[in-house]
Design a protein around this ligand. Structure first.
Ligand code: SF4
Length: 494
Protein backbone atom coordinates (compact mmCIF):
# COMPACT_ATOMS: atom_id res chain seq x y z
CA UNK A 1 0.00 0.00 0.00
CA UNK A 2 1.51 3.33 -1.02
CA UNK A 3 0.80 6.50 0.88
CA UNK A 4 -0.40 9.58 -0.97
CA UNK A 5 3.15 10.97 -1.12
CA UNK A 6 4.32 7.71 -2.68
CA UNK A 7 6.37 6.44 0.25
CA UNK A 8 5.71 3.11 1.93
CA UNK A 9 4.12 3.51 5.36
CA UNK A 10 6.45 2.02 7.94
CA UNK A 11 4.97 0.16 10.87
CA UNK A 12 8.51 -0.71 11.91
CA UNK A 13 8.99 2.42 13.94
CA UNK A 14 10.98 2.42 17.15
CA UNK A 15 7.76 2.23 19.12
CA UNK A 16 6.84 -0.76 17.10
CA UNK A 17 10.12 -2.39 17.98
CA UNK A 18 9.23 -2.26 21.64
CA UNK A 19 6.73 -5.00 20.98
CA UNK A 20 8.33 -8.23 21.94
CA UNK A 21 5.52 -10.32 20.51
CA UNK A 22 6.55 -10.60 16.88
CA UNK A 23 5.78 -14.29 16.77
CA UNK A 24 2.60 -16.26 16.58
CA UNK A 25 2.24 -17.82 19.99
CA UNK A 26 1.41 -21.45 20.53
CA UNK A 27 -1.91 -21.93 22.15
CA UNK A 28 -1.90 -24.41 25.06
CA UNK A 29 -0.93 -27.98 25.82
CA UNK A 30 -3.02 -30.59 27.64
CA UNK A 31 -2.26 -33.92 29.30
CA UNK A 32 -4.53 -36.55 30.82
CA UNK A 33 -3.34 -39.64 32.68
CA UNK A 34 -5.29 -42.71 33.81
CA UNK A 35 -2.85 -44.83 35.70
CA UNK A 36 -2.17 -46.51 39.00
CA UNK A 37 0.61 -44.48 40.51
CA UNK A 38 2.50 -41.22 40.17
CA UNK A 39 -0.16 -39.59 38.03
CA UNK A 40 0.95 -36.09 39.04
CA UNK A 41 4.66 -36.77 38.31
CA UNK A 42 3.82 -38.28 34.94
CA UNK A 43 1.58 -35.35 34.11
CA UNK A 44 4.32 -32.89 35.06
CA UNK A 45 6.75 -34.77 32.77
CA UNK A 46 4.24 -34.60 29.93
CA UNK A 47 3.61 -30.91 30.53
CA UNK A 48 7.34 -30.30 30.50
CA UNK A 49 7.56 -31.88 27.04
CA UNK A 50 4.69 -29.63 25.92
CA UNK A 51 6.26 -26.47 27.30
CA UNK A 52 6.56 -25.01 23.79
CA UNK A 53 2.74 -24.82 23.68
CA UNK A 54 2.46 -22.41 26.60
CA UNK A 55 4.90 -20.80 28.98
CA UNK A 56 2.81 -18.44 31.06
CA UNK A 57 1.20 -20.78 33.55
CA UNK A 58 0.62 -24.41 34.31
CA UNK A 59 -1.51 -26.61 36.54
CA UNK A 60 -2.44 -30.16 37.51
CA UNK A 61 -5.60 -31.64 39.07
CA UNK A 62 -5.51 -35.18 40.49
CA UNK A 63 -8.09 -37.51 42.00
CA UNK A 64 -7.07 -40.06 44.65
CA UNK A 65 -10.30 -42.07 44.83
CA UNK A 66 -11.81 -39.76 47.45
CA UNK A 67 -10.67 -36.19 46.91
CA UNK A 68 -9.52 -33.90 44.15
CA UNK A 69 -6.23 -32.07 44.57
CA UNK A 70 -5.01 -29.14 42.57
CA UNK A 71 -1.96 -27.00 42.09
CA UNK A 72 -1.76 -24.17 39.59
CA UNK A 73 0.83 -21.46 39.20
CA UNK A 74 2.24 -18.76 36.94
CA UNK A 75 5.49 -19.73 35.24
CA UNK A 76 7.15 -22.66 33.54
CA UNK A 77 6.46 -26.29 34.49
CA UNK A 78 9.98 -26.57 35.95
CA UNK A 79 9.31 -23.55 38.17
CA UNK A 80 5.74 -24.28 39.29
CA UNK A 81 6.48 -27.95 40.03
CA UNK A 82 10.12 -27.54 41.08
CA UNK A 83 9.51 -28.38 44.72
CA UNK A 84 8.92 -32.16 45.19
CA UNK A 85 6.53 -31.27 48.02
CA UNK A 86 4.16 -29.80 45.45
CA UNK A 87 3.89 -33.09 43.57
CA UNK A 88 3.61 -34.99 46.88
CA UNK A 89 0.52 -32.96 47.65
CA UNK A 90 -1.11 -34.20 44.44
CA UNK A 91 -1.81 -37.87 45.25
CA UNK A 92 -3.85 -40.20 43.08
CA UNK A 93 -3.79 -42.28 39.95
CA UNK A 94 -5.78 -39.98 37.66
CA UNK A 95 -4.70 -36.51 36.61
CA UNK A 96 -5.10 -33.83 34.00
CA UNK A 97 -2.71 -30.98 33.33
CA UNK A 98 -2.48 -27.84 31.26
CA UNK A 99 0.15 -25.41 29.99
CA UNK A 100 -1.22 -22.03 29.24
CA UNK A 101 -0.39 -19.35 26.83
CA UNK A 102 -3.21 -16.82 27.15
CA UNK A 103 -5.17 -16.39 23.94
CA UNK A 104 -8.18 -15.14 25.89
CA UNK A 105 -8.24 -13.81 29.42
CA UNK A 106 -5.37 -12.10 31.20
CA UNK A 107 -2.47 -13.93 32.85
CA UNK A 108 -3.84 -14.22 36.36
CA UNK A 109 -3.96 -17.21 38.64
CA UNK A 110 -7.77 -17.40 38.33
CA UNK A 111 -7.35 -18.03 34.60
CA UNK A 112 -4.83 -20.84 35.00
CA UNK A 113 -6.16 -24.26 34.05
CA UNK A 114 -7.30 -26.94 34.69
CA UNK A 115 -10.52 -25.26 35.78
CA UNK A 116 -12.38 -27.07 38.53
CA UNK A 117 -15.98 -27.04 39.74
CA UNK A 118 -18.07 -28.93 42.32
CA UNK A 119 -21.24 -30.27 40.72
CA UNK A 120 -24.17 -32.30 41.98
CA UNK A 121 -22.41 -35.39 40.56
CA UNK A 122 -19.10 -34.49 42.26
CA UNK A 123 -15.95 -32.66 41.26
CA UNK A 124 -15.11 -32.01 37.62
CA UNK A 125 -11.97 -30.48 36.09
CA UNK A 126 -11.37 -29.36 32.50
CA UNK A 127 -8.27 -28.36 30.53
CA UNK A 128 -8.74 -26.80 27.10
CA UNK A 129 -6.50 -26.17 24.13
CA UNK A 130 -8.07 -24.00 21.44
CA UNK A 131 -10.42 -21.07 21.37
CA UNK A 132 -14.19 -20.85 21.34
CA UNK A 133 -15.65 -18.44 18.81
CA UNK A 134 -19.05 -18.03 20.48
CA UNK A 135 -17.88 -17.89 24.11
CA UNK A 136 -18.95 -14.26 24.66
CA UNK A 137 -22.43 -14.96 23.41
CA UNK A 138 -22.77 -18.08 25.54
CA UNK A 139 -21.33 -16.30 28.54
CA UNK A 140 -23.90 -13.51 28.29
CA UNK A 141 -26.77 -15.96 28.34
CA UNK A 142 -25.17 -18.03 31.13
CA UNK A 143 -24.67 -14.93 33.28
CA UNK A 144 -28.33 -13.99 32.67
CA UNK A 145 -29.24 -17.42 33.99
CA UNK A 146 -27.30 -16.79 37.19
CA UNK A 147 -23.93 -18.44 36.43
CA UNK A 148 -21.07 -16.74 38.25
CA UNK A 149 -17.83 -16.76 36.25
CA UNK A 150 -14.61 -17.02 38.25
CA UNK A 151 -12.21 -16.41 35.37
CA UNK A 152 -12.10 -14.46 32.14
CA UNK A 153 -11.17 -17.44 29.93
CA UNK A 154 -13.48 -18.78 27.25
CA UNK A 155 -12.85 -22.28 28.65
CA UNK A 156 -14.97 -21.63 31.74
CA UNK A 157 -18.02 -21.72 29.51
CA UNK A 158 -17.65 -25.53 29.46
CA UNK A 159 -17.93 -25.70 33.26
CA UNK A 160 -21.18 -23.71 33.35
CA UNK A 161 -22.74 -25.47 30.36
CA UNK A 162 -22.09 -28.79 32.10
CA UNK A 163 -23.46 -27.43 35.41
CA UNK A 164 -26.79 -26.31 33.95
CA UNK A 165 -27.29 -29.23 31.57
CA UNK A 166 -30.53 -31.12 32.21
CA UNK A 167 -28.97 -34.50 31.41
CA UNK A 168 -28.35 -36.73 34.37
CA UNK A 169 -25.00 -38.38 33.68
CA UNK A 170 -21.60 -36.77 33.24
CA UNK A 171 -20.99 -37.91 29.65
CA UNK A 172 -24.35 -36.68 28.41
CA UNK A 173 -23.83 -33.34 30.13
CA UNK A 174 -20.35 -33.04 28.65
CA UNK A 175 -21.59 -33.80 25.12
CA UNK A 176 -24.52 -31.42 25.64
CA UNK A 177 -21.96 -28.67 26.40
CA UNK A 178 -19.84 -29.58 23.35
CA UNK A 179 -22.87 -29.29 21.10
CA UNK A 180 -23.41 -25.67 22.14
CA UNK A 181 -19.89 -24.36 21.62
CA UNK A 182 -18.32 -23.23 18.36
CA UNK A 183 -14.60 -23.03 17.78
CA UNK A 184 -11.54 -25.16 18.23
CA UNK A 185 -11.07 -27.42 21.19
CA UNK A 186 -8.93 -30.31 22.28
CA UNK A 187 -10.07 -31.09 25.80
CA UNK A 188 -9.20 -33.34 28.69
CA UNK A 189 -11.57 -33.57 31.65
CA UNK A 190 -11.60 -35.47 34.91
CA UNK A 191 -14.45 -36.65 37.13
CA UNK A 192 -14.29 -39.01 40.09
CA UNK A 193 -14.63 -42.09 37.92
CA UNK A 194 -13.46 -41.21 34.45
CA UNK A 195 -11.02 -39.35 32.28
CA UNK A 196 -12.59 -37.77 29.20
CA UNK A 197 -10.94 -36.42 26.04
CA UNK A 198 -12.60 -34.65 23.13
CA UNK A 199 -11.61 -33.01 19.88
CA UNK A 200 -13.77 -30.55 17.94
CA UNK A 201 -15.53 -31.87 14.81
CA UNK A 202 -12.99 -30.25 12.45
CA UNK A 203 -10.03 -31.41 14.51
CA UNK A 204 -8.33 -28.02 14.37
CA UNK A 205 -5.96 -28.67 17.27
CA UNK A 206 -4.09 -31.96 17.80
CA UNK A 207 -4.84 -34.59 20.45
CA UNK A 208 -3.48 -38.11 20.75
CA UNK A 209 -3.94 -41.27 22.77
CA UNK A 210 -1.02 -43.17 24.25
CA UNK A 211 -0.56 -46.12 26.55
CA UNK A 212 1.75 -46.86 29.40
CA UNK A 213 2.81 -50.16 30.94
CA UNK A 214 3.06 -49.84 34.71
CA UNK A 215 1.39 -53.06 35.69
CA UNK A 216 0.62 -56.12 33.55
CA UNK A 217 -2.92 -56.43 34.88
CA UNK A 218 -3.98 -52.89 34.25
CA UNK A 219 -3.66 -50.69 31.19
CA UNK A 220 -2.67 -47.11 31.82
CA UNK A 221 -3.67 -44.45 29.35
CA UNK A 222 -2.30 -41.10 28.38
CA UNK A 223 -3.95 -38.29 26.44
CA UNK A 224 -1.66 -35.54 25.14
CA UNK A 225 -1.61 -32.65 22.73
CA UNK A 226 1.39 -34.08 20.89
CA UNK A 227 3.30 -37.34 20.64
CA UNK A 228 6.49 -35.66 21.90
CA UNK A 229 5.02 -35.86 25.42
CA UNK A 230 4.83 -39.66 25.28
CA UNK A 231 8.50 -40.52 25.25
CA UNK A 232 9.24 -38.36 28.29
CA UNK A 233 6.41 -40.16 30.09
CA UNK A 234 7.64 -43.60 29.03
CA UNK A 235 4.42 -44.11 27.07
CA UNK A 236 3.82 -45.34 23.55
CA UNK A 237 1.65 -43.91 20.81
CA UNK A 238 -1.69 -45.60 20.16
CA UNK A 239 -3.48 -43.28 17.74
CA UNK A 240 -4.67 -39.76 17.01
CA UNK A 241 -7.99 -38.93 18.64
CA UNK A 242 -10.28 -38.32 15.70
CA UNK A 243 -11.95 -35.02 14.97
CA UNK A 244 -15.37 -35.03 16.65
CA UNK A 245 -14.46 -38.00 18.84
CA UNK A 246 -15.07 -38.22 22.59
CA UNK A 247 -13.03 -40.78 24.50
CA UNK A 248 -13.96 -42.06 27.92
CA UNK A 249 -11.37 -43.85 30.03
CA UNK A 250 -12.37 -45.70 33.18
CA UNK A 251 -11.71 -48.98 34.97
CA UNK A 252 -13.47 -50.86 32.15
CA UNK A 253 -11.03 -49.53 29.54
CA UNK A 254 -11.64 -47.12 26.69
CA UNK A 255 -14.90 -46.17 25.02
CA UNK A 256 -15.16 -43.99 21.94
CA UNK A 257 -18.24 -41.93 21.09
CA UNK A 258 -18.83 -39.88 17.94
CA UNK A 259 -21.66 -37.54 18.86
CA UNK A 260 -21.32 -35.20 15.86
CA UNK A 261 -22.23 -35.50 12.22
CA UNK A 262 -19.08 -36.29 10.24
CA UNK A 263 -17.71 -33.26 8.42
CA UNK A 264 -14.50 -32.59 6.53
CA UNK A 265 -11.54 -32.20 8.82
CA UNK A 266 -9.58 -28.96 8.89
CA UNK A 267 -6.48 -29.50 10.97
CA UNK A 268 -4.37 -26.35 11.56
CA UNK A 269 -1.74 -26.34 8.81
CA UNK A 270 0.42 -24.00 10.89
CA UNK A 271 1.03 -26.79 13.41
CA UNK A 272 3.23 -28.40 10.74
CA UNK A 273 4.99 -25.14 9.93
CA UNK A 274 5.74 -23.89 13.40
CA UNK A 275 3.63 -24.74 16.48
CA UNK A 276 4.21 -28.44 17.00
CA UNK A 277 7.53 -29.78 18.29
CA UNK A 278 9.58 -31.19 15.40
CA UNK A 279 9.85 -34.65 16.97
CA UNK A 280 6.05 -35.00 17.10
CA UNK A 281 4.05 -37.07 14.64
CA UNK A 282 0.65 -35.70 13.70
CA UNK A 283 -1.82 -37.63 11.57
CA UNK A 284 0.97 -40.06 10.60
CA UNK A 285 3.27 -37.28 9.44
CA UNK A 286 6.54 -36.50 11.16
CA UNK A 287 6.57 -32.76 11.81
CA UNK A 288 10.34 -32.69 11.25
CA UNK A 289 10.12 -34.38 7.84
CA UNK A 290 7.13 -32.21 6.88
CA UNK A 291 9.21 -29.11 7.66
CA UNK A 292 12.11 -30.39 5.55
CA UNK A 293 9.72 -30.97 2.67
CA UNK A 294 8.31 -27.48 3.12
CA UNK A 295 11.90 -26.17 2.90
CA UNK A 296 12.52 -28.18 -0.28
CA UNK A 297 9.33 -26.85 -1.87
CA UNK A 298 10.32 -23.33 -0.82
CA UNK A 299 13.64 -23.81 -2.63
CA UNK A 300 11.83 -25.08 -5.71
CA UNK A 301 9.49 -22.08 -5.77
CA UNK A 302 11.98 -19.41 -4.67
CA UNK A 303 15.50 -20.32 -5.87
CA UNK A 304 18.35 -17.87 -5.40
CA UNK A 305 22.04 -17.93 -6.22
CA UNK A 306 23.84 -17.73 -2.88
CA UNK A 307 26.71 -19.21 -0.83
CA UNK A 308 25.02 -20.63 2.27
CA UNK A 309 21.59 -21.40 3.76
CA UNK A 310 21.17 -20.12 7.32
CA UNK A 311 18.16 -20.85 9.55
CA UNK A 312 16.64 -18.44 12.03
CA UNK A 313 16.85 -20.80 15.02
CA UNK A 314 15.21 -22.85 16.26
CA UNK A 315 12.02 -22.99 14.26
CA UNK A 316 13.65 -22.31 10.88
CA UNK A 317 16.15 -25.20 11.16
CA UNK A 318 14.28 -28.15 9.56
CA UNK A 319 12.98 -26.01 6.66
CA UNK A 320 16.51 -24.64 6.11
CA UNK A 321 17.89 -28.20 5.99
CA UNK A 322 15.26 -29.05 3.37
CA UNK A 323 16.05 -25.90 1.40
CA UNK A 324 19.80 -26.56 1.53
CA UNK A 325 19.46 -30.19 0.41
CA UNK A 326 17.07 -29.35 -2.42
CA UNK A 327 19.19 -26.46 -3.72
CA UNK A 328 22.56 -28.09 -3.10
CA UNK A 329 23.77 -25.06 -1.17
CA UNK A 330 25.63 -25.67 2.13
CA UNK A 331 23.70 -25.36 5.39
CA UNK A 332 25.44 -23.31 8.09
CA UNK A 333 24.56 -22.14 11.59
CA UNK A 334 25.09 -18.45 10.99
CA UNK A 335 22.80 -17.39 13.85
CA UNK A 336 23.09 -18.81 17.34
CA UNK A 337 20.15 -18.68 19.69
CA UNK A 338 20.59 -18.30 23.42
CA UNK A 339 18.36 -20.66 25.41
CA UNK A 340 19.19 -19.03 28.70
CA UNK A 341 17.31 -15.75 28.62
CA UNK A 342 15.02 -15.39 31.59
CA UNK A 343 11.68 -13.96 30.58
CA UNK A 344 11.82 -11.29 33.24
CA UNK A 345 15.30 -10.21 32.18
CA UNK A 346 13.99 -8.69 28.98
CA UNK A 347 11.00 -7.01 30.58
CA UNK A 348 12.18 -4.16 32.82
CA UNK A 349 12.92 -1.21 30.57
CA UNK A 350 12.10 -0.17 27.04
CA UNK A 351 15.80 0.07 26.29
CA UNK A 352 16.40 -3.53 27.34
CA UNK A 353 13.27 -4.71 25.57
CA UNK A 354 14.48 -3.03 22.42
CA UNK A 355 17.53 -5.26 22.56
CA UNK A 356 15.27 -8.31 22.73
CA UNK A 357 16.22 -9.89 19.44
CA UNK A 358 19.92 -9.38 20.02
CA UNK A 359 19.67 -11.08 23.37
CA UNK A 360 17.94 -14.06 21.82
CA UNK A 361 20.03 -14.34 18.67
CA UNK A 362 23.66 -13.60 17.95
CA UNK A 363 25.49 -13.87 14.68
CA UNK A 364 28.32 -16.21 13.82
CA UNK A 365 30.66 -13.93 11.88
CA UNK A 366 32.96 -16.78 10.86
CA UNK A 367 30.32 -18.16 8.52
CA UNK A 368 28.49 -14.96 7.50
CA UNK A 369 31.32 -12.61 6.50
CA UNK A 370 31.45 -11.82 2.77
CA UNK A 371 28.91 -14.54 2.01
CA UNK A 372 25.61 -14.36 0.16
CA UNK A 373 23.07 -15.68 2.65
CA UNK A 374 19.70 -17.39 2.21
CA UNK A 375 18.00 -16.80 5.53
CA UNK A 376 15.12 -19.19 6.34
CA UNK A 377 12.38 -18.37 8.85
CA UNK A 378 8.99 -19.97 9.50
CA UNK A 379 6.78 -16.87 9.20
CA UNK A 380 6.59 -13.09 9.26
CA UNK A 381 4.09 -11.59 11.69
CA UNK A 382 4.76 -7.90 12.31
CA UNK A 383 8.14 -7.97 10.61
CA UNK A 384 10.10 -6.39 13.44
CA UNK A 385 12.11 -9.51 14.25
CA UNK A 386 12.87 -10.19 10.59
CA UNK A 387 14.20 -6.67 10.14
CA UNK A 388 16.41 -6.91 13.22
CA UNK A 389 17.79 -10.28 12.13
CA UNK A 390 18.51 -9.11 8.58
CA UNK A 391 20.29 -6.07 10.07
CA UNK A 392 22.36 -8.31 12.35
CA UNK A 393 23.35 -10.63 9.50
CA UNK A 394 24.45 -7.66 7.41
CA UNK A 395 26.36 -6.19 10.37
CA UNK A 396 28.22 -9.52 10.61
CA UNK A 397 29.54 -8.91 7.09
CA UNK A 398 27.06 -10.75 4.83
CA UNK A 399 27.26 -9.36 1.32
CA UNK A 400 23.63 -10.25 0.44
CA UNK A 401 20.67 -11.42 2.53
CA UNK A 402 17.81 -13.24 0.79
CA UNK A 403 14.94 -14.01 3.14
CA UNK A 404 12.83 -17.10 2.45
CA UNK A 405 9.74 -17.90 4.50
CA UNK A 406 8.40 -21.44 5.07
CA UNK A 407 4.75 -20.34 5.13
CA UNK A 408 2.61 -18.16 2.88
CA UNK A 409 2.19 -14.50 3.95
CA UNK A 410 0.22 -14.32 7.24
CA UNK A 411 -2.53 -11.90 6.26
CA UNK A 412 -5.36 -12.74 8.66
CA UNK A 413 -5.74 -13.24 12.40
CA UNK A 414 -6.39 -16.64 13.94
CA UNK A 415 -9.50 -17.10 16.11
CA UNK A 416 -8.94 -20.76 16.86
CA UNK A 417 -6.41 -20.64 19.66
CA UNK A 418 -3.30 -19.01 18.24
CA UNK A 419 -2.39 -15.58 19.48
CA UNK A 420 -2.05 -13.31 16.47
CA UNK A 421 -2.02 -9.53 16.43
CA UNK A 422 -5.06 -7.84 14.92
CA UNK A 423 -5.13 -8.01 11.15
CA UNK A 424 -3.92 -4.42 10.59
CA UNK A 425 -0.75 -5.20 12.52
CA UNK A 426 0.19 -8.14 10.33
CA UNK A 427 2.80 -6.85 7.91
CA UNK A 428 1.47 -8.99 5.05
CA UNK A 429 -2.06 -7.67 5.52
CA UNK A 430 -1.07 -4.12 4.68
CA UNK A 431 1.93 -4.59 2.40
CA UNK A 432 2.77 -6.54 -0.71
CA UNK A 433 5.91 -8.67 -0.91
CA UNK A 434 8.10 -5.96 -2.51
CA UNK A 435 7.08 -3.46 0.17
CA UNK A 436 7.72 -6.01 2.91
CA UNK A 437 11.15 -6.74 1.45
CA UNK A 438 12.09 -3.04 1.50
CA UNK A 439 10.87 -2.58 5.06
CA UNK A 440 12.75 -5.63 6.27
CA UNK A 441 15.87 -4.59 4.38
CA UNK A 442 16.54 -7.89 2.57
CA UNK A 443 17.93 -8.19 -0.96
CA UNK A 444 14.97 -10.39 -1.84
CA UNK A 445 12.01 -11.96 -0.08
CA UNK A 446 10.09 -15.10 -1.04
CA UNK A 447 7.32 -17.16 0.58
CA UNK A 448 6.17 -20.70 -0.09
CA UNK A 449 2.81 -20.63 -1.91
CA UNK A 450 -0.32 -21.99 -0.29
CA UNK A 451 -0.48 -24.79 -2.90
CA UNK A 452 3.21 -25.45 -2.35
CA UNK A 453 2.57 -25.89 1.36
CA UNK A 454 -0.18 -28.41 0.61
CA UNK A 455 2.13 -30.25 -1.80
CA UNK A 456 4.84 -30.45 0.85
CA UNK A 457 2.23 -32.10 3.09
CA UNK A 458 1.60 -34.71 0.41
CA UNK A 459 -1.58 -33.24 -0.96
CA UNK A 460 -1.85 -32.62 -4.68
CA UNK A 461 -2.79 -29.01 -4.03
CA UNK A 462 -5.33 -27.06 -2.02
CA UNK A 463 -8.84 -28.20 -2.84
CA UNK A 464 -10.60 -24.82 -2.90
CA UNK A 465 -14.06 -26.43 -2.70
CA UNK A 466 -13.11 -28.60 0.23
CA UNK A 467 -9.80 -27.46 1.74
CA UNK A 468 -7.96 -30.25 3.53
CA UNK A 469 -6.57 -28.01 6.32
CA UNK A 470 -7.41 -24.83 8.16
CA UNK A 471 -5.27 -22.20 6.45
CA UNK A 472 -7.37 -19.16 7.37
CA UNK A 473 -4.43 -17.03 8.48
CA UNK A 474 -3.12 -17.21 4.89
CA UNK A 475 -6.37 -17.30 2.94
CA UNK A 476 -9.03 -15.69 5.15
CA UNK A 477 -11.15 -18.81 4.60
CA UNK A 478 -12.39 -19.42 8.16
CA UNK A 479 -13.86 -22.92 8.54
CA UNK A 480 -15.74 -22.22 11.80
CA UNK A 481 -18.20 -19.37 12.40
CA UNK A 482 -16.70 -16.31 14.07
CA UNK A 483 -19.82 -15.49 16.05
CA UNK A 484 -18.32 -13.25 18.76
CA UNK A 485 -16.07 -11.47 16.31
CA UNK A 486 -18.93 -10.75 13.89
CA UNK A 487 -21.18 -9.66 16.74
CA UNK A 488 -18.51 -7.21 17.96
CA UNK A 489 -18.12 -5.82 14.45
CA UNK A 490 -21.87 -5.15 14.23
CA UNK A 491 -21.92 -3.60 17.71
CA UNK A 492 -18.96 -1.36 16.93
CA UNK A 493 -20.70 -0.10 13.82
CA UNK A 494 -23.95 0.78 15.60
FE1 SF4 B 1 -3.93 -22.57 12.33
FE2 SF4 B 1 -3.96 -20.29 10.92
FE3 SF4 B 1 -6.16 -21.86 11.09
FE4 SF4 B 1 -5.30 -20.50 13.22
S1 SF4 B 1 -6.10 -19.63 11.30
S2 SF4 B 1 -6.01 -22.62 13.17
S3 SF4 B 1 -3.07 -20.61 12.94
S4 SF4 B 1 -4.18 -22.34 10.12
Amino acid sequence: MNTSNGSIPSPLTDNYLLNNDDKLREECGVIGVWTIQDAASLTALGLHALQHRGQEATGIVTFDGKNFHTHRGLGLVGEVFADPQVINKLPGGIAIGHNRYATTGATQIRNVQPLYGDFEFGGFAVAHNGNLTNAQLLKKSLVRRGCLFQSSTDSEVFIHLIAISLYSNVIDRFIDALKQVQGAYSLVALSKDMLIAARDPLGVRPLILGKLTQNKEKKCWVIASETCALSSMGAEFVRDIEPGEVIIVNDNGIRSIKPFQTISHRFCIFEYVYFARPDSVIENKSVYIARQKIGAQLAFENPVDADIVVPVPDSGVPAALGYAKASNIPFELGIIRSHYIGRTFIEPTDQIRNLGVKLKHSTNQAVLKNRRIILIDDSIVRGTTSRKIVEMVRAAGASEVHLRIASPPTRYSCYYGIDTPSQEKLLAHTHDIDEMCKLIGANSLGFISCNGLYKALEEKERNDQKPQYCDACFTGDYPILLTDHDMNLIQNKT
